[in-house]
Design a protein around this ligand. Structure first.
Ligand SMILES: [Zn+2]
Length: 230
């Protein structure tokens, strides 16, 4: 059975890393809503579009994108992936209750996933980390300018400012600036935590993992969970 994994956690918890590990080891499609939005709002071909201009402003200042717009683009893409018969993993999405469960007029992402993957094949995960650790990690975060791999606190790569995977120069993302980071942390508390509560209420068993562990160890815990559900 194909599966949908939803990874939550504050910025700096390693959501993207875990989703990438699943993509590399098991061929999951890593659906990174932030990156997906970033690609769209920074697409040079779309810069004359009013909606894109508005969303670019939100994105670059660390505010959440307009929920109805995000819901539309992510549910479209999700259906495409599901109907191609592929496993999917989200890092940090859906990001609001509305994105998760929709409203009277629109189906939320969870509704779409339940229909396309089946409720028992959806695995929500929470990577738990102290805010101080999260802030400290992010202050050291660099991202590859080409393959977008995130490098968290690994001085050897930072010293050379080169990606360990593709050797391209590393850059600091606009969303990792300390002021923008604070906004992201606030957005996380305000919007994401209620989604986890709602998922539990809906009968989901949220797998909580200590995010201070090494990435490969967290990956092993996730693999075990997937096997149990197989
Ligand atoms: Zn790279």
């Amino acid at each position: 059975m194909k599966k949908a994994i939803i990874i939550y956690g504050p910025p700096g918890a390693g959501k993207g890393t875990q989703a990438n590990l699943l993509a590399w080891s098991l061929g999951y499609i890593h659906f990174d809503t932030g990156k997906f939005i970033e690609q769209i709002v920074h697409d040079p071909a779309l810069q004359k579009d009013r909606i894109i201009q508005r969303e670019r402003k939100n994105f670059d200042s660390g505010n959440l994108a307009t929920p109805s717009w995000v819901l539309k683009i992510i549910t479209q893409k999700t259906k495409e992936i599901a109907r191609a018969g592929l496993n999917i993993v989200y890092s940090g999405s859906p990001r609001t209750l509305y994105e998760a469960f929709g409203d009277a007029k629109h189906k939320g992402l969870i509704n779409i996933l339940e229909k396309e993957y089946g409720k028992k094949n959806i695995i929500p995960i929470l990577l738990k980390i102290e805010p101080e650790v999260s802030i400290q990690r992010n202050s050291k975060r660099l991202t590859c300018s080409v393959c977008k791999t995130g490098i968290l606190g690994r001085e050897i790569f930072q010293k050379h400012m080169r990606c360990p995977i593709c050797d391209a120069p590393l850059i600091r993302r606009t969303v990792d600036n300390p002021a923008v980071f604070e906004t992201r942390l606030m957005e996380y508390r305000e919007h994401t935590l209620p989604i986890l509560a709602a998922l539990k209420k809906r009968g989901y068993d949220v797998l909580e993992i200590d995010a201070k562990a090494e990435p490969y160890k967290i990956h092993q815990v996730i693999l075990k969970k997937i096997k149990l559900k197989a």
